[in-house]
Design a protein around this ligand. Structure first.
Ligand code: IMP
Ligand code: MG
Length: 186
């Protein structure tokens, strides 16, 4: 894979701005769940991993973490197919627990809508969504989102957990892809 600088159009959200916002989200979540007895953060792999690990360090109330994975994109595709498949299920029963879903980005909303439907059938006490990024103008299905890090314009972004064909998740900032240098395969 080519160096990230060769596909980066611009840095959309620098590291210090990300971290400051994540600290504020952590404070808000800590206040909201102060009385919770069994909070569990569920990270949707793989994009949400970096956000989860930074966010949980800013949450001061006791909580557990869990992971699940879904696939919604075909190879070389940057659009949700609408069909979301569960590829890794939870190892924990969420019945009557306070569940907070931690996502990297909500685009069409189809992925998170499917996950919400699946998890609500297991009857948690509460079920909320925390997303780092929200591409609101791309929304195709309504999803309630309680915590949003940043609303961003309709551009393909990468870094800080988000990938470009599985690479560059390690970058500590969110960047915009230069589509002239890295066109979609479709
Ligand atoms: P949705 O089902 O259309 O809301 O898609 C959500 C998923 O698409 C996210 O969890 C990401 O994995 C992926 N995604 C959407 N937009 C971007 C982007 O700009 N960069 C990287 N991944 C994205
Ligand atoms: Mg994702």
């Amino acid at each position: 894979m080519i160096p990230y600088r060769d596909v980066l159009k611009e840095v959309l959200i620098p590291e210090d701005v990300l971290q400051e916002r994540i600290a504020a989200l952590g404070r808000e979540i800590s206040e909201d769940y102060i009385d919770s007895k069994n909070l569990i953060l569920i990270c949707i792999l793989r994009g949400g991993v970096m956000f989860l690990t930074d966010l949980m360090r800013q949450i001061t109330v006791p909580h557990a973490i869990e992971f699940m994975a879904v696939s919604s994109y075909g190879a070389g595709n940057r659009e949700s197919t609408g069909q979301v498949r569960l590829t890794l299920d939870l190892n924990t029963d969420i019945y009557e627990r306070d569940v907070l879903l931690v996502e990297d980005i909500i685009d069409s909303g189809r992925t998170i809508a499917s996950v919400l439907e699946l998890l609500s059938a297991r009857r948690p006490n509460t079920l909320r969504v925390c997303t780092l990024l929200d591409k609101a103008e791309r929304r195709e299905v309504y999803v309630p989102i309680q915590y949003v890090g940043f609303s961003i314009p309709n551009e393909f972004v990468f870094g800080y957990g988000l990938d470009l064909d599985e690479y560059y998740r390690n970058l500590p900032f969110i960047g915009v892809v230069d589509l002239d240098k890295y066109p979609s395969k479709e």
